[in-house]
Each structure stands twice: as structure tokens, then as C-alpha cells.
Ligand binder design. Structure first.
Ligand code: PLP
Length: 361
């Protein structure tokens, strides 16, 4: 006899964690779409200041953080939900909205957490392939929406392919969908897009009562170690999310750090500028090596290795040289690599290691 788990748990895929955590040597970690820059000094100072009050529970309403986010985005505080990373909001949305008989629609390959949402709730996942350029095919997504659809996920820019849609396209897509369908636009990387001002998408909230914008402190703000994300959308969504998870899910340090980080939008702009420069550098380096990439609007490149190269061999060749990236196989698209932009020194280490790895065979 052994302890028993639900069938649903067996259906939940194991999150494909980056392989960098077990290594002890000098590593260049370009596997998790983190930013290479540490948190802003004022954020670190605020966190230090909060350490002495850790004997108290965090504010379950995250009032200060939510107020600052509301001010920053020009939306009422009632429409701001926060979570233990934006992942928690995704999982809470699934708990609140999905059940057996319900459907969730999303493009694939996309963020590796999405398959968890249907698996953990017994709902049906309907996936739609990306187009040849690695972008969302919104017409094909719309064709999969039925009376049973509760959630459509649009990852913009998309992880792992880095491509982005214009807000106008998403606007037209949502306008044509029935109102019972919630469209979650996952904007984890939106700050890195130069396609248009990242805040253009806020107008989707004014135009559609069934849109949620999901954002995070994990990427451009460099706070993934603390776990804070947020959603802007209908108040009913926030209330539902708050009901299904534990009250103190965003810890005190995460609330403090995120509330301070929001006040430094000039720092966000500086970081984006630096990452965009690194994007051009890495994309040029890849092109010089004859490797095709998608049009990246994020802080990573999606590299097609081509028919003649073995993804696992290239991945292993990079790892042997101390550079950890993501293999496309683990992300649903074998024959690719996803490489996060680091500092200039890290990116050059990657390109040099890549020469070695490509030459190994
Ligand atoms: C598309 C996308 N959404 C959401 C997340 C989750 O981020 P977090 O839970 O750290 O906010 C990630 C993290 O990699 C992501 O790539």
C-alpha cells in the first residue's frame, strides 16, 4: 500500500526547470529569461528596512503595492490583483474559472506553465500552432473558441519565440470573441518590446470587460527571486483570484520591493535600452554564424538550429563551456535554443562557446 494522489496531479506536467541550479562552477546563466542587473539600490534599501518586521504577517490586501500599481497604470486599485509571481495569478485563474467540461485555448509553443492550468483543473486544453514566423495565429485561435471556452491565453511577447503582436491585432481579436471568454494577455516581457509603447495595451482594459493584462516584477525589474506579479482587469477577476489562494501569498519583502521598484520607471527605461542593445548584438552574432532567429521583442532570442545540427549536442557543448541556455525540446519545439540576453561579457561568452559547440560535431 502506498499513499494515493489524484488523477489530476498525475496529469500535471513537471515544470521544466533550467539545469543551472545544480552546477557549482563558474556559470553563465542564460536559461531563465532573467535580467542580468541586480535590483535598484533603493529597492535593496527598502527590503533591508523591512527585515526587522518579519515577525508580522504581510498585508493580505497588499494595499501600498496595489495603490502604486494603480497610480502607475491609471486604473482603479480595485482592478489590480497581485500574486506570488504572475504564475500564481495564472494558477489562481485556472482554479477560479476552469473545471471538467470547460476549455482553455492557447498557442503552442508558449509559456511552459500553461499546460498546468487544464491539467490541474480537469479542463480541456486546446492548443493552436504558432505560425511560420513563431507568432500567434489569432484567426486560428478564434476558430477554437466554443461555448465551453472560459480562458484564452495570449502571450505577448511570446515565450519562447519572442515574437509580439500589435495591440490593435489583439483588440480586434478580443472584439470578435463572445464576452463570456476571458482573454489573459500575458505581458511578462512587454517592457522589452519596441514595437510600440508597452502601455498601449492598457487601452484594451477600457475597451473590453473581459481582458486581463498580466505583468511581473520578475523580468525587467529583476526581482524574480522574491516573487511578485500583478494583473490588471475586472474587479471580479481580482476577487476570484483572492478567494482561491492563501491570504498571505505575496510575502512582506516582495511587497516592499515591488512597491519601491514601481517608483523607478527611469531605471526600467535604462534597463530596456541596455537589453535592446544586447539584443541587437546577440542577434547580429547569431546571424553571422548563419543561424536564423525570430523577430525578438523580448529579452531572449529564439534560435533555429537547422536540420543538420543536433539540439542536444549543441546544448551540451555550450554547457561544457559553462553556458546554460534552454533547449527547444523541453519547450515544445525541438531543434531550437532559447538564449536570454545577459551582460555584454556574458553574451560574448555565449557566442564564443557557441562557436565551440557548433564546431564539436
Ligand atoms: C510568459 C511568462 N509569463 C509568466 C511568467 C512567470 O513569471 P513570474 O511568476 O516570475 O512572475 C514567465 C516566466 O518566465 C513567463 O515567461
Amino acid at each position: 500500500m502506498s499513499i494515493e494522489f489524484t488523477r489530476r496531479v498525475e496529469a500535471i506536467p513537471v515544470y521544466p526547470a533550467a539545469e543551472s541550479y545544480g552546477y557549482e562552477g563558474e556559470l553563465t546563466k542564460l536559461a531563465s529569461n532573467e535580467t542580468p542587473y541586480p535590483p535598484h539600490p533603493a529597492v535593496l534599501e527598502a527590503v533591508q528596512g523591512a527585515l526587522g518586521t518579519l515577525n508580522r504577517y504581510p498585508d493580505p490586501t497588499a494595499a501600498v503595492l496595489r495603490r502604486r500599481l494603480a497610480d502607475r497604470h491609471g486604473v482603479p486599485q480595485a482592478k489590480v490583483a497581485v500574486g506570488n509571481g504572475s504564475c500564481e495569478i495564472l494558477l489562481a485563474a485556472a482554479q477560479a474559472m476552469l473545471e471538467p467540461g470547460a476549455e482553455i485555448v492557447y498557442a503552442w509553443p508558449s509559456f511552459s506553465m500553461y499546460p498546468h492550468l487544464a491539467a490541474m483543473t480537469g479542463a480541456r486544453a486546446v492548443t493552436v500552432p504558432l505560425d511560420a514566423a513563431g507568432a500567434h495565429d489569432l484567426d486560428a485561435l478564434a476558430r477554437e473558441v466554443t461555448v465551453a471556452t472560459r480562458i484564452v491565453l495570449v502571450c505577448n511577447p511570446n515565450n519562447p519565440t519572442a515574437t509580439a503582436l500589435a495591440v490593435e491585432e489583439i483588440d480586434a481579436f478580443v472584439a470578435a470573441l463572445p464576452r463570456h471568454v476571458l482573454v489573459i494577455v500575458d505581458e511578462a516581457y512587454v517592457e522589452f518590446s519596441v514595437l510600440q509603447d508597452p502601455d498601449e495595451s492598457l487601452r484594451l482594459l477600457d475597451r473590453h470587460p473581459n481582458v486581463v493584462l498580466l505583468r511581473t516584477f520578475s523580468k525587467v525589474y529583476g526581482l524574480c527571486g522574491l516573487r511578485a506579479g500583478y494583473a490588471l482587469g475586472p474587479e471580479s477577476f481580482r476577487l476570484a483570484v483572492d478567494r482561491v489562494r492563501q491570504p498571505f501569498s505575496v510575502n512582506a519583502l516582495a511587497q516592499t520591493a515591488a512597491a519601491e521598484a514601481v517608483r523607478h520607471q527611469d531605471e526600467v527605461e535604462r534597463r530596456v535600452e541596455r537589453i535592446v542593445i544586447e539584443r541587437l548584438h546577440v542577434q547580429d552574432g547569431l546571424a553571422e554564424r548563419g543561424l536564423a532567429v525570430t523577430d525578438s521583442q523580448a529579452n531572449f532570442s529564439w534560435v533555429a538550429l537547422g536540420e543538420d545540427r543536433d539540439e542536444e549536442a549543441v546544448y551540451a557543448g555550450l554547457a561544457r563551456r559553462g553556458v546554460i541556455v534552454r533547449g527547444g525540446g523541453a519547450l515544445g519545439a525541438p531543434g531550437h535554443l532559447r538564449v536570454t540576453y545577459g551582460t555584454r561579457a556574458e553574451n560574448d561568452r555565449f557566442l564564443t562557446a557557441l562557436d565551440g559547440a557548433l564546431g564539436d560535431g
